[in-house]
Design a protein around this ligand. Sequence first.
Ligand SMILES: *Cc1c(COP(=O)(O)O)cnc(C)c1O
Length: 398
Amino acid sequence: MQTKDFLNQAEKYSAHNYHPLPVVLTKGQGVWVWDVEGKKYLDMLSSYSALNQGHCHPKIVAALQTQAEKLTLTSRAFHNDRMGPFMKKLCELSGFEKCLLMNSGAEAVETAIKAARRWGYLKKKAAKDKAEIICCSGNFHGRTTTIVGFSTEPSYQEGFGPFTPGFKIIPYNDVEALKKAITPNTVGFLVEPIQGEGGVIVPKQGYLQAAREITKKNNCLLICDEIQTGLGRCGALFVCKDEKIKPDILIVGKALAGGMYPVSGILADETVMDVFVPGIHGSTFGGNPLGCAAGMAALGVMVEEKLPQRAKELGEYFVDGLNKIKHPAIKEVRGRGLLIGVEVKKEYGSARPYCEKLMGLGILAKETHDQVIRFAPPLVIKKEEIDWALEKIKKLFT
Ligand SMILES: *Cc1c(COP(=O)(O)O)cnc(C)c1O
Protein backbone atom coordinates (compact mmCIF):
# COMPACT_ATOMS: atom_id res chain seq x y z
CA MET A 1 0.00 0.00 0.00
CA GLN A 2 1.07 3.56 -0.63
CA THR A 3 0.53 6.74 1.33
CA LYS A 4 -2.83 7.51 -0.25
CA ASP A 5 -4.10 3.99 0.50
CA PHE A 6 -3.25 4.34 4.18
CA LEU A 7 -4.83 7.79 4.27
CA ASN A 8 -7.98 6.39 2.66
CA GLN A 9 -8.07 3.55 5.15
CA ALA A 10 -7.76 5.93 8.09
CA GLU A 11 -10.41 8.14 6.52
CA LYS A 12 -12.72 5.15 6.18
CA TYR A 13 -12.16 3.34 9.48
CA SER A 14 -10.88 5.86 12.00
CA ALA A 15 -12.90 8.30 14.00
CA HIS A 16 -11.89 11.70 12.75
CA ASN A 17 -10.71 13.02 16.08
CA TYR A 18 -7.38 14.24 14.70
CA HIS A 19 -6.21 16.26 11.72
CA PRO A 20 -2.81 14.68 11.08
CA LEU A 21 -0.32 15.75 8.45
CA PRO A 22 -0.70 13.47 5.43
CA VAL A 23 2.38 11.39 6.13
CA VAL A 24 2.36 7.66 6.94
CA LEU A 25 5.31 6.61 9.04
CA THR A 26 6.69 3.13 9.18
CA LYS A 27 10.10 3.37 10.85
CA GLY A 28 11.91 5.55 13.37
CA GLN A 29 15.43 5.74 14.69
CA GLY A 30 16.69 8.48 16.99
CA VAL A 31 15.45 11.79 15.61
CA TRP A 32 14.60 10.40 12.18
CA VAL A 33 11.46 8.75 10.85
CA TRP A 34 10.69 7.20 7.48
CA ASP A 35 7.41 7.10 5.63
CA VAL A 36 6.02 4.20 3.61
CA GLU A 37 7.52 5.63 0.43
CA GLY A 38 10.97 5.61 2.00
CA LYS A 39 11.17 9.37 2.49
CA LYS A 40 13.10 10.45 5.57
CA TYR A 41 12.04 13.22 7.98
CA LEU A 42 13.41 14.88 11.06
CA ASP A 43 10.84 14.46 13.83
CA MET A 44 10.37 17.85 15.45
CA LEU A 45 7.32 16.86 17.45
CA SER A 46 8.56 13.80 19.31
CA SER A 47 4.96 12.70 19.77
CA TYR A 48 4.26 15.76 21.92
CA SER A 49 7.49 15.19 23.88
CA ALA A 50 6.92 11.52 24.60
CA LEU A 51 10.01 10.63 22.59
CA ASN A 52 12.67 12.58 24.47
CA GLN A 53 15.00 9.58 24.27
CA GLY A 54 14.44 9.33 20.50
CA HIS A 55 12.71 6.69 18.42
CA CYS A 56 13.50 3.07 19.22
CA HIS A 57 16.35 3.74 21.60
CA PRO A 58 18.25 0.42 21.60
CA LYS A 59 18.53 0.25 25.38
CA ILE A 60 14.81 0.77 25.92
CA VAL A 61 13.96 -1.64 23.08
CA ALA A 62 16.19 -4.26 24.70
CA ALA A 63 14.58 -3.77 28.11
CA LEU A 64 11.13 -4.04 26.61
CA GLN A 65 12.00 -7.15 24.61
CA THR A 66 13.60 -8.91 27.55
CA GLN A 67 10.70 -8.11 29.83
CA ALA A 68 8.10 -9.01 27.19
CA GLU A 69 9.39 -12.57 27.18
CA LYS A 70 9.38 -12.81 30.95
CA LEU A 71 6.35 -11.18 32.57
CA THR A 72 4.11 -8.44 31.24
CA LEU A 73 1.21 -8.00 33.62
CA THR A 74 0.36 -8.97 37.15
CA SER A 75 -2.24 -6.35 37.96
CA ARG A 76 -1.80 -4.81 41.37
CA ALA A 77 -3.48 -7.79 42.96
CA PHE A 78 0.04 -9.20 43.18
CA HIS A 79 3.46 -7.59 43.40
CA ASN A 80 5.93 -7.70 40.54
CA ASP A 81 9.70 -7.39 40.67
CA ARG A 82 9.96 -4.43 38.27
CA MET A 83 7.70 -1.88 39.89
CA GLY A 84 9.73 -1.33 43.06
CA PRO A 85 13.08 -0.66 41.41
CA PHE A 86 11.47 1.70 38.89
CA MET A 87 9.61 3.67 41.56
CA LYS A 88 12.77 3.90 43.67
CA LYS A 89 14.68 5.35 40.73
CA LEU A 90 11.88 7.76 39.83
CA CYS A 91 11.50 8.95 43.42
CA GLU A 92 15.23 9.38 43.93
CA LEU A 93 15.65 11.32 40.70
CA SER A 94 12.69 13.59 41.34
CA GLY A 95 13.15 14.03 45.08
CA PHE A 96 9.78 12.70 46.20
CA GLU A 97 9.06 10.00 48.75
CA LYS A 98 6.38 8.14 46.85
CA CYS A 99 4.78 7.58 43.50
CA LEU A 100 1.58 6.16 42.11
CA LEU A 101 1.82 4.73 38.64
CA MET A 102 -0.80 5.04 35.94
CA ASN A 103 -0.72 4.75 32.15
CA SER A 104 -1.82 7.83 30.24
CA GLY A 105 -1.20 11.42 31.18
CA ALA A 106 -4.88 12.15 31.62
CA GLU A 107 -5.15 9.28 34.08
CA ALA A 108 -2.27 10.69 36.08
CA VAL A 109 -3.98 14.11 36.14
CA GLU A 110 -7.19 12.44 37.31
CA THR A 111 -5.15 10.71 40.01
CA ALA A 112 -3.72 14.05 41.11
CA ILE A 113 -7.21 15.55 41.26
CA LYS A 114 -8.43 12.65 43.40
CA ALA A 115 -5.37 12.95 45.65
CA ALA A 116 -5.90 16.68 46.12
CA ARG A 117 -9.60 16.38 46.84
CA ARG A 118 -9.12 13.56 49.29
CA TRP A 119 -6.24 15.38 50.95
CA GLY A 120 -8.54 18.40 51.18
CA TYR A 121 -11.27 16.50 52.97
CA LEU A 122 -9.08 14.36 55.18
CA LYS A 123 -6.34 16.82 56.09
CA LYS A 124 -7.40 20.35 55.33
CA LYS A 125 -10.96 19.69 56.42
CA ALA A 126 -12.56 21.32 53.41
CA ALA A 127 -16.37 21.36 53.55
CA LYS A 128 -17.93 18.12 52.33
CA ASP A 129 -18.12 17.98 48.52
CA LYS A 130 -17.03 21.60 48.24
CA ALA A 131 -13.36 21.12 47.39
CA GLU A 132 -12.08 23.52 44.76
CA ILE A 133 -9.13 23.17 42.46
CA ILE A 134 -7.83 26.24 40.69
CA CYS A 135 -6.70 25.84 37.07
CA CYS A 136 -5.43 28.22 34.42
CA SER A 137 -6.90 29.45 31.19
CA GLY A 138 -5.16 27.96 28.18
CA ASN A 139 -4.42 24.80 30.14
CA PHE A 140 -4.02 21.36 28.68
CA HIS A 141 -4.26 18.41 31.05
CA GLY A 142 -5.83 15.71 28.91
CA ARG A 143 -9.14 14.62 27.50
CA THR A 144 -11.27 12.90 30.13
CA THR A 145 -14.69 14.38 30.79
CA THR A 146 -13.57 15.87 34.10
CA ILE A 147 -10.42 17.36 32.60
CA VAL A 148 -12.06 18.89 29.52
CA GLY A 149 -14.61 20.36 31.90
CA PHE A 150 -11.99 22.84 33.09
CA SER A 151 -10.47 23.46 29.68
CA THR A 152 -10.91 26.91 28.18
CA GLU A 153 -10.69 25.60 24.63
CA PRO A 154 -14.26 25.48 23.27
CA SER A 155 -13.51 22.67 20.82
CA TYR A 156 -12.35 20.40 23.66
CA GLN A 157 -15.64 20.91 25.49
CA GLU A 158 -18.31 21.15 22.83
CA GLY A 159 -20.91 18.47 23.23
CA PHE A 160 -19.33 16.81 26.23
CA GLY A 161 -21.16 18.43 29.14
CA PRO A 162 -22.35 18.40 31.85
CA PHE A 163 -18.97 18.84 33.49
CA THR A 164 -17.57 17.99 36.89
CA PRO A 165 -17.93 20.93 39.28
CA GLY A 166 -15.22 22.11 41.65
CA PHE A 167 -12.80 23.79 39.27
CA LYS A 168 -12.09 27.48 39.05
CA ILE A 169 -10.28 29.08 36.14
CA ILE A 170 -7.88 31.99 36.53
CA PRO A 171 -5.61 33.60 33.92
CA TYR A 172 -2.25 31.88 33.49
CA ASN A 173 0.81 33.74 34.64
CA ASP A 174 -1.18 35.91 37.05
CA VAL A 175 -0.08 35.77 40.68
CA GLU A 176 -2.69 38.23 41.92
CA ALA A 177 -5.49 36.20 40.35
CA LEU A 178 -4.26 33.14 42.21
CA LYS A 179 -4.24 34.99 45.52
CA LYS A 180 -7.77 36.22 44.93
CA ALA A 181 -9.17 32.87 43.81
CA ILE A 182 -8.21 30.94 46.92
CA THR A 183 -11.00 30.21 49.40
CA PRO A 184 -11.10 28.05 52.55
CA ASN A 185 -12.22 25.16 50.31
CA THR A 186 -9.38 25.46 47.83
CA VAL A 187 -7.42 22.23 47.95
CA GLY A 188 -5.02 22.72 45.07
CA PHE A 189 -3.66 24.80 42.24
CA LEU A 190 -3.07 22.77 39.07
CA VAL A 191 -0.59 24.35 36.70
CA GLU A 192 1.78 23.62 33.83
CA PRO A 193 5.20 25.24 34.42
CA ILE A 194 5.11 26.08 30.70
CA GLN A 195 1.92 25.66 28.71
CA GLY A 196 2.82 23.32 25.89
CA GLU A 197 -0.44 22.75 24.02
CA GLY A 198 -1.48 26.27 24.95
CA GLY A 199 1.15 27.54 22.49
CA VAL A 200 4.46 27.20 24.36
CA ILE A 201 3.62 29.92 26.85
CA VAL A 202 6.49 30.64 29.21
CA PRO A 203 5.35 32.49 32.35
CA LYS A 204 7.33 35.36 33.76
CA GLN A 205 10.31 34.73 35.99
CA GLY A 206 9.25 33.90 39.52
CA TYR A 207 5.71 32.79 38.70
CA LEU A 208 6.18 29.24 39.95
CA GLN A 209 7.95 30.39 43.10
CA ALA A 210 5.12 32.79 43.82
CA ALA A 211 2.58 30.03 43.25
CA ARG A 212 4.57 27.86 45.67
CA GLU A 213 4.54 30.52 48.35
CA ILE A 214 0.87 31.38 47.96
CA THR A 215 -0.30 27.77 48.01
CA LYS A 216 1.85 26.99 51.01
CA LYS A 217 0.62 30.03 52.90
CA ASN A 218 -3.00 29.10 52.22
CA ASN A 219 -2.59 25.42 52.97
CA CYS A 220 -3.41 24.15 49.51
CA LEU A 221 -1.48 21.84 47.24
CA LEU A 222 0.65 22.98 44.36
CA ILE A 223 0.12 20.44 41.60
CA CYS A 224 2.51 20.77 38.67
CA ASP A 225 1.70 18.99 35.44
CA GLU A 226 5.11 18.26 33.93
CA ILE A 227 3.85 15.59 31.57
CA GLN A 228 5.18 17.64 28.67
CA THR A 229 7.77 19.93 30.26
CA GLY A 230 9.42 17.32 32.44
CA LEU A 231 12.00 14.59 31.93
CA GLY A 232 14.58 16.77 30.29
CA ARG A 233 12.47 18.54 27.69
CA CYS A 234 12.98 22.04 29.07
CA GLY A 235 16.66 21.73 29.90
CA ALA A 236 16.29 20.24 33.36
CA LEU A 237 14.88 17.02 34.70
CA PHE A 238 11.87 19.09 35.73
CA VAL A 239 11.14 22.79 35.34
CA CYS A 240 10.15 22.79 39.02
CA LYS A 241 13.62 21.58 39.97
CA ASP A 242 15.17 24.23 37.77
CA GLU A 243 13.05 26.84 39.55
CA LYS A 244 14.09 25.36 42.89
CA ILE A 245 10.58 24.67 44.04
CA LYS A 246 9.00 21.43 45.12
CA PRO A 247 5.33 21.04 44.29
CA ASP A 248 3.15 18.88 46.52
CA ILE A 249 2.20 16.74 43.55
CA LEU A 250 4.25 16.36 40.39
CA ILE A 251 2.51 14.75 37.43
CA VAL A 252 4.63 12.83 34.94
CA GLY A 253 3.92 10.88 31.77
CA LYS A 254 4.82 10.96 28.10
CA ALA A 255 8.62 10.37 28.00
CA LEU A 256 8.58 8.37 31.23
CA ALA A 257 8.98 5.14 29.24
CA GLY A 258 10.73 6.68 26.26
CA GLY A 259 7.66 6.78 24.07
CA MET A 260 7.62 3.02 23.90
CA TYR A 261 4.93 2.30 26.38
CA PRO A 262 2.33 4.45 28.12
CA VAL A 263 3.55 5.01 31.66
CA SER A 264 2.48 7.95 33.80
CA GLY A 265 2.13 8.73 37.44
CA ILE A 266 2.08 11.20 40.25
CA LEU A 267 4.87 11.91 42.67
CA ALA A 268 4.29 13.23 46.18
CA ASP A 269 5.52 12.91 49.70
CA GLU A 270 3.94 10.65 52.27
CA THR A 271 1.76 13.41 53.77
CA VAL A 272 -0.21 13.59 50.51
CA MET A 273 0.20 10.05 49.24
CA ASP A 274 -1.07 8.50 52.45
CA VAL A 275 -4.60 9.57 51.55
CA PHE A 276 -4.66 6.53 49.29
CA VAL A 277 -5.67 3.33 51.01
CA PRO A 278 -6.51 -0.05 49.47
CA GLY A 279 -9.53 -0.03 47.22
CA ILE A 280 -10.01 3.68 46.63
CA HIS A 281 -8.08 4.07 43.39
CA GLY A 282 -6.43 1.80 40.87
CA SER A 283 -5.65 0.72 37.34
CA THR A 284 -5.29 -2.77 35.86
CA PHE A 285 -2.20 -1.83 33.88
CA GLY A 286 -0.77 0.82 36.22
CA GLY A 287 2.65 -0.29 37.46
CA ASN A 288 2.82 -3.29 35.12
CA PRO A 289 6.23 -4.94 34.78
CA LEU A 290 6.56 -4.25 31.05
CA GLY A 291 5.98 -0.52 31.49
CA CYS A 292 8.24 -0.41 34.54
CA ALA A 293 11.06 -2.16 32.67
CA ALA A 294 10.73 0.33 29.82
CA GLY A 295 10.53 3.20 32.29
CA MET A 296 13.60 2.02 34.15
CA ALA A 297 15.59 1.90 30.91
CA ALA A 298 14.17 5.27 29.76
CA LEU A 299 15.23 6.98 33.00
CA GLY A 300 18.62 5.30 32.67
CA VAL A 301 19.06 6.76 29.18
CA MET A 302 17.94 10.17 30.43
CA VAL A 303 20.68 10.19 33.05
CA GLU A 304 23.47 8.44 31.10
CA GLU A 305 23.05 10.60 28.02
CA LYS A 306 22.56 13.75 30.09
CA LEU A 307 19.44 14.60 28.12
CA PRO A 308 18.37 17.56 30.30
CA GLN A 309 21.79 19.16 29.80
CA ARG A 310 21.67 18.48 26.06
CA ALA A 311 18.22 20.06 25.87
CA LYS A 312 19.49 23.13 27.66
CA GLU A 313 22.54 23.67 25.46
CA LEU A 314 21.01 22.67 22.17
CA GLY A 315 17.80 24.51 22.94
CA GLU A 316 19.71 27.75 23.35
CA TYR A 317 21.59 27.03 20.14
CA PHE A 318 18.37 26.29 18.26
CA VAL A 319 16.61 29.42 19.54
CA ASP A 320 19.65 31.54 18.57
CA GLY A 321 19.47 30.08 15.09
CA LEU A 322 15.74 30.68 14.84
CA ASN A 323 16.15 34.26 16.00
CA LYS A 324 18.61 34.84 13.18
CA ILE A 325 15.93 34.02 10.63
CA LYS A 326 14.48 37.43 10.02
CA HIS A 327 11.07 37.36 8.43
CA PRO A 328 8.05 39.61 8.95
CA ALA A 329 5.78 36.56 9.42
CA ILE A 330 7.61 35.59 12.62
CA LYS A 331 6.06 37.28 15.62
CA GLU A 332 8.10 35.62 18.32
CA VAL A 333 10.44 32.73 19.06
CA ARG A 334 10.10 31.45 22.60
CA GLY A 335 10.56 28.41 24.75
CA ARG A 336 12.82 26.68 27.17
CA GLY A 337 15.24 23.89 26.43
CA LEU A 338 14.01 22.01 23.41
CA LEU A 339 10.38 23.03 23.78
CA ILE A 340 10.30 25.86 21.31
CA GLY A 341 7.45 27.76 19.71
CA VAL A 342 7.62 30.01 16.70
CA GLU A 343 4.56 32.23 16.58
CA VAL A 344 3.35 33.25 13.14
CA LYS A 345 1.64 36.63 12.80
CA LYS A 346 -2.07 36.36 12.07
CA GLU A 347 -1.73 38.46 8.90
CA TYR A 348 0.42 35.68 7.49
CA GLY A 349 -2.19 33.00 8.05
CA SER A 350 -2.20 30.11 10.49
CA ALA A 351 0.73 27.89 11.37
CA ARG A 352 -0.74 24.84 9.64
CA PRO A 353 0.39 25.63 6.06
CA TYR A 354 3.88 26.28 7.40
CA CYS A 355 3.90 22.80 8.94
CA GLU A 356 2.68 21.34 5.66
CA LYS A 357 5.49 23.07 3.81
CA LEU A 358 8.00 21.92 6.40
CA MET A 359 6.88 18.38 5.74
CA GLY A 360 7.81 18.86 2.10
CA LEU A 361 11.23 20.03 3.29
CA GLY A 362 11.72 16.90 5.41
CA ILE A 363 10.73 18.21 8.83
CA LEU A 364 7.73 17.02 10.78
CA ALA A 365 6.37 19.69 13.09
CA LYS A 366 2.86 20.37 14.24
CA GLU A 367 1.04 23.61 14.83
CA THR A 368 -0.36 24.27 18.24
CA HIS A 369 -3.01 26.86 18.95
CA ASP A 370 -3.39 28.02 15.34
CA GLN A 371 -0.47 30.44 15.26
CA VAL A 372 2.41 28.51 16.78
CA ILE A 373 4.79 26.06 15.15
CA ARG A 374 6.23 23.88 17.86
CA PHE A 375 9.76 22.59 17.52
CA ALA A 376 10.42 19.84 20.04
CA PRO A 377 12.80 17.25 18.61
CA PRO A 378 13.97 14.21 20.56
CA LEU A 379 16.62 15.36 23.03
CA VAL A 380 19.19 13.06 21.45
CA ILE A 381 19.34 15.44 18.49
CA LYS A 382 22.85 16.49 17.39
CA LYS A 383 24.05 19.99 16.67
CA GLU A 384 24.55 19.13 12.98
CA GLU A 385 20.96 17.98 12.80
CA ILE A 386 19.79 21.28 14.25
CA ASP A 387 21.91 23.08 11.66
CA TRP A 388 20.26 20.98 8.98
CA ALA A 389 16.82 21.86 10.35
CA LEU A 390 17.66 25.56 10.60
CA GLU A 391 18.66 25.51 6.93
CA LYS A 392 15.23 24.11 6.03
CA ILE A 393 13.34 26.46 8.33
CA LYS A 394 15.17 29.37 6.77
CA LYS A 395 14.08 28.09 3.38
CA LEU A 396 10.50 27.88 4.62
CA PHE A 397 10.46 31.55 5.49
CA THR A 398 12.24 32.77 2.36
C1 LIG B 1 -0.12 15.36 26.82
C2 LIG B 1 -0.45 16.02 28.08
C3 LIG B 1 -1.42 15.47 28.96
C4 LIG B 1 -2.25 14.27 28.61
O1 LIG B 1 -1.51 13.12 28.39
P1 LIG B 1 -2.18 11.87 27.62
O2 LIG B 1 -1.14 10.80 27.75
O3 LIG B 1 -2.40 12.31 26.21
O4 LIG B 1 -3.44 11.56 28.32
C5 LIG B 1 -1.63 16.13 30.15
N1 LIG B 1 -0.94 17.23 30.47
C6 LIG B 1 -0.02 17.77 29.66
C7 LIG B 1 0.70 19.01 30.09
C8 LIG B 1 0.24 17.20 28.43
O5 LIG B 1 1.12 17.77 27.60
